[in-house]
Design a protein around this ligand. Structure first.
Ligand code: UDP
Length: 379
């Protein structure tokens, strides 16, 4: 089966990293078409996945755009749609991985009679999307897609609540290669030394820096924890949230905890950095559609604490394979950190249990098999 994957981003967010794993088995007969250039293209190339940047024009429509802005951007999209249509003729199926890819892919699918799959990586709530964008996504998916793959029950529920058709929507979790998440003791002690983390209880946060990812909640919690607790913030502002980055630096300064917070920027060695942590915190203030980081922490055998909402609830069972806290509640988060600090043996056992179950549940080979079976039905 020849697949044309479409993704609007040049940067490797969670949706793009998920696509990377899905595209690997199709590398000899697929193309990933991107609507922006960036390090995601390099990542695809490093993995021998054919990739083409289909436009370098910035698509103006944003998640919160109005109808007028949406319509004017459609005119702007015309050359891109024409290009995608031409390419799609050489493929059996169009696989849209993001919202703008859905809109472009929907029109290309209509004119080329190629089935369309939409991989939904978002919770289509009004908190994150304008009414117009939500309507465009749901209408395009209902009208043109033969299959919608939702990355969690939470994403599916929000899609259905917004008017999406449940009968064509299947939930498939992200898959992971658990081998990647095993680091040797010497590698771990080397990176801890390099980062000046020796003797510290390290809490890691791995996410782009954005207000709803809640790094400020973790910093607030840190200020309530003993001195030996240190935070590493791994990730960068991917979509222009520079003001928030400044706010985080100011917050750290005001709380006088500069020596206990390390901003590491975007890193491509997440598994090693996770192995260097004692606890991984996932602190989104709005419901997270899936939360790759939560599974990655489990596969790394690290304790994990996540905000009790969205897809995270499907991944974490409090006290069994991790910990949950009320979104935005830094006192509760601090309490979990202190529990993990004081009761290392019991909480490490919980992390070990999580590693065993996660490596089965999210095995990339199984997940890719599930997707292959769904796609086979369409062709
Ligand atoms: N990530 C990364 N480098 C960083 C920060 C994050 O590779 O510096 C990865 C992280 O390991 C995870 C993904 O980016 O696989 C983020 O996915 P998630 O579902 O947690 O959030 P999203 O970006 O989809 O909102």
């Amino acid at each position: 089966m020849k697949i044309l994957f479409l993704d609007q981003s040049g940067k490797p967010g969670g949706a793009e990293l998920c696509l990377l794993d899905i595209a690997k088995p199709y590398r000899d007969h697929c193309l990933v078409g991107l609507f922006a250039d960036g390090s995601f293209r390099n990542l695809l190339e490093e993995n021998q996945i054919p990739v083409e940047v289909l436009t370098t024009d910035q698509i103006q429509v944003r998640k919160e755009s109005s109808l007028v802005q949406g319509l004017s951007s459609l005119a702007q999209l015309a050359p891109l749609i024409a290009k995608v249509m031409q390419i799609a003729l050489n493929y059996d199926l169009i696989y849209a991985n993001t919202q703008k890819a859905l809109v472009v892919g929907a029109l290309a699918s209509f004119f080329t009679h190629r089935p369309l799959v939409y991989h939904l990586h978002d919770i289509l709530s009004l908190e994150h999307f304008s009414q117009t964008n939500r309507r465009i996504a749901v209408t395009s998916a209902n009208r043109f897609a033969s299959l919608i793959i939702a990355n969690s029950e939470a994403s599916k529920a929000a899609f259905v609540e917004a008017g999406g058709h449940p009968e064509i929507t299947e939930v498939v979790y992200n898959g992971f290669d658990s081998k990647i998440y095993h680091s040797s003791e010497s590698e771990v002690s080397q990176i801890r030394q390099q980062l000046g983390l020796n003797g510290q209880f390290v809490v890691g946060h791995f996410s782009r820096l954005a207000p709803w990812k809640g790094q400020h909640i973790l910093i607030e919690a840190l200020a309530q924890c003993p001195e030996e607790v240190t935070v590493i913030l791994v990730g960068d502002a991917l979509f222009g949230e520079q003001d928030y980055v400044q706010r985080l630096h100011d917050q750290v300064k005001t709380l006088a905890i500069e020596t206990r917070v390390k901003f590491l920027g975007f890193r491509s060695d997440v598994p090693l950095l996770m192995a260097a942590c004692d606890l991984v915190a996932h602190t989104s203030t709005s419901p997270e559609p899936f939360g790759r980081v939560i599974v990655e922490a489990m596969l790394s055998g690290r304790r994990v604490v996540a905000a009790n909402a969205g897809g995270a609830i499907e991944l974490v069972e409090h006290g069994v394979n991790g910990f949950l806290f009320t979104p935005g509640n830094s006192q509760e988060l601090a309490q979990v950190i202190i529990t993990c600090l004081n009761d290392r043996e019991k909480t490490a056992a919980i992390a070990n249990n999580a590693r065993a179950t996660a490596s089965q549940r999210f095995d990339v080979a199984n997940i890719n098999q599930q997707i292959a079976q769904l796609l086979m039905r369409l062709c």
